[in-house]
Design a protein around this ligand. Structure first.
Ligand SMILES: CC(C)(COP(=O)(O)OP(=O)(O)OC[C@H]1O[C@@H](n2cnc3c(N)ncnc32)[C@H](O)[C@@H]1OP(=O)(O)O)[C@@H](O)C(=O)NCCC(=O)NCCS
Length: 105
């Protein structure tokens, strides 16, 4: 049995790019680059898919999921536009607002 055939089918991914001054690195493409590297590593390790748990309002993360070939969600463009207009709250969200997304590798 090869190493890859013993791997579970899916692996869960969570990303964090620093955003506390003076280390403010979000929105510079690092999350997308990191996600690409993780997808390559997971594929090489024999995983068939990645799962991501995200708030449905986390439009940067939803865009990264889309970028990796995961589901394209109708709320992404809505939430993105709301964020750009400054109309999206940064707090007060319930864990029930989390969604699990699967990306086939
Ligand atoms: C979610 C997170 C990892 C994204 O990383 P990031 O480096 O900020 O994201 P990127 O710069 O790669 O941008 C991702 C997408 O958002 C878009 N984007 C980012 N900032 C933007 C802005 N100010 N305006 C418009 N679009 C923007 C990018 O263009 C990209 O979309 P695209 O592929 O369509 O171009 C990061 O914001 C983070 O650590 N957040 C806190 C932790 C978290 O929520 N983790 C997710 C749970 S798994």
């Amino acid at each position: 049995m090869s190493e890859s055939s013993r791997a579970p089918e899916a692996c869960e991914v969570a990303l964090l790019v620093a955003d506390l001054p003076p280390e403010t690195y979000q929105s510079r493409g690092l999350g997308t680059r990191l996600a690409d590297l993780i997808a390559d590593l997971a594929r090489d390790a024999g995983f068939a898919s990645l799962t991501v748990t995200s708030l449905w309002t986390n439009w940067r993360m939803l865009l990264i999921v889309e970028h990796l070939g995961g589901p394209v969600l109708p709320q992404t463009s809505y939430v993105r536009n709301m964020a750009l207009l400054g109309l999206l709250p940064n707090s007060g969200l319930d864990v029930a607002d989390e969604i699990e997304l699967r990306i086939v590798l």
